[in-house]
Design a protein around this ligand. Structure first.
Ligand code: NAG
Ligand code: NAG
Length: 387
């Protein structure tokens, strides 16, 4: 199908209305009464990309509404640079032809495009009442992504850009908090959050006492590139880090990925395989991968049964040995939850805690929702899941 042909058809319709038409004689087509010499080029529009495409798999409004219908919350990580092993980090390729543009920097053309896109997404969400402030499921949003990793490359153009991004986002008035992952100096009121495999150990915490400890990306495995072996991360290791993060004040953990899916079409970035995070708790096809899925489900249940002390209690940290420590959260009523941590990966140890003693497997955390009985140990993946 030719685009010029389409235009001609459109013009014919207009022409009829205005009493003009496309006709011909023995010499040429005649448009608006004039003979025309035309050149035409074919374009199959489904083979090219429209500038904004929210159709089909990209229908974000439909997806967020489905999240709400399932009784879940959403954390909307807008980017617009998302990395995510997506081709060009999610940017459209035409962006690099904008005169004078420098991505992710204090650069006017880039900032204008970033603001346009972010505003568009926010307005789409607002007009469908999808923010929690409007009764919708979105409780958090993210601007930029792991910017601190590259910030130094932009020299003096980096810090003002990060600051601008935060202010621009906050200015969009969504009624829910914004966060920046891996951006230790995220300006108030934006929350700096942790990404990584070991946020239980590596996260220094939020940059202000009135910000919560949030873990925006917990890498359940690692994406695969062609020629590499699949990366596996054991459920015991994931559970250990999640339990440690919660023991150390964490109150939000997002698994990256929980379900990776497929890189359709040309969306995969260089060398990344078409199956994305197939080793996640839900595999490429959305099927449950055991024992990972089941072990995390039991971990979540154990942590949830500690909710009141974690959310309202006072935290204290006790040394239980050279590589062992206990974290407790205690309410004024006496209600108490404990996490007993053994960081020694070589041996099982017996540690005293309160009026009892506990056996801790190597590299494990025991969760005691009443500070007495062990409800879960991160190193013990239940046999029924392994089968
Ligand atoms: C948890 O938060 C409290 C209050 O902000 C702080 O005193 C404590 O040091 C934090 N715990 C850890 C392990 O950082
Ligand atoms: C190791 C790993 O999986 N890192 C991922 C962290 O999350 C970003 C997306 O925001 C991915 O691009 C990284 O590859």
């Amino acid at each position: 199908m030719g685009r010029l042909l389409v235009l001609a058809l459109v013009m014919t319709v207009i022409g009829v209305v205005e009493g003009e038409e496309v006709s011909y004689d023995g010499r040429s087509l005649i448009i608006h009464g004039q003979r025309k010499l035309l050149f035409s080029g074919s374009i199959h529009y489904p083979r090219s990309t429209p500038q904004y495409d929210f159709s089909g798999r990209a229908d974000i409004v439909r997806f967020i509404k489905e999240i709400q219908a399932q009784g879940l919350y959403a954390s909307l990580r807008i980017g617009p640079f998302i990395e995510s092993e997506w081709n060009y980090g999610g940017f459209p390729f035409w962006l690099h032809d904008v005169p004078g543009i420098v991505y992710r920097s204090d650069n006017e053309p880039f900032k204008a495009h970033m603001q346009d896109f972010t505003t568009k997404i926010v307005n789409m969400m607002k007009s469908e009442k999808l923010y929690a402030s409007q009764g919708g499921p979105i409780i958090l949003s993210q601007i930029e992504n792991e910017y601190q990793l590259v910030e130094h490359a932009f020299h003096e153009k980096g810090p003002p850009y990060a600051k601008w991004a935060a202010q621009m986002a906050v200015g969009l008035q969504t009624g829910v908090p914004w966060m920046m992952c891996k951006q230790y100096d995220a300006p108030d009121p934006v929350i700096n959050t942790c990404n990584g495999m070991k946020c239980g150990e590596s996260f220094p915490g939020p940059n202000s006492y009135n910000k919560p400890w949030l873990w925006t990306e917990n890498w359940t495995t690692r994406y695969q590139a062609y020629g590499e072996e699949p990366n596996t991360r054991s459920p015991q290791d994931i559970a250990f880090q999640v339990a440690l993060f919660v023991a150390r004040n964490g109150t939000f953990v997002n698994y990256y990925m929980y379900h990776g899916g497929t890189n359709f079409g040309r969306t995969a970035s260089a060398y990344v395989t078409t199956s994305y995070y197939d080793e996640a708790p839900l595999d490429e096809y959305g099927l449950i991968r055991q024992p990972k899925w089941g072990h995390l489900k039991e971990l979540h249940a154990a942590i949830k049964s500690c909710s009141s002390p974690i959310l309202f209690g006072t935290q204290s940290v006790h040394s239980l040995g050279e590589k062992q420590e206990g974290y407790t959260y205690q309410l004024k009523s006496g209600e108490c939850a404990a996490f007993l941590v053994n960081k020694d990966d070589t041996k099982t140890v017996v540690v005293p805690f309160q009026k009892s003693s506990y056996e801790l497997a190597p590299n494990s955390i025991s969760i005691l929702p009443d500070c007495m009985n062990v409800a879960f140990n991160t190193a013990k993946a239940s046999l029924k899941f392994s089968i």
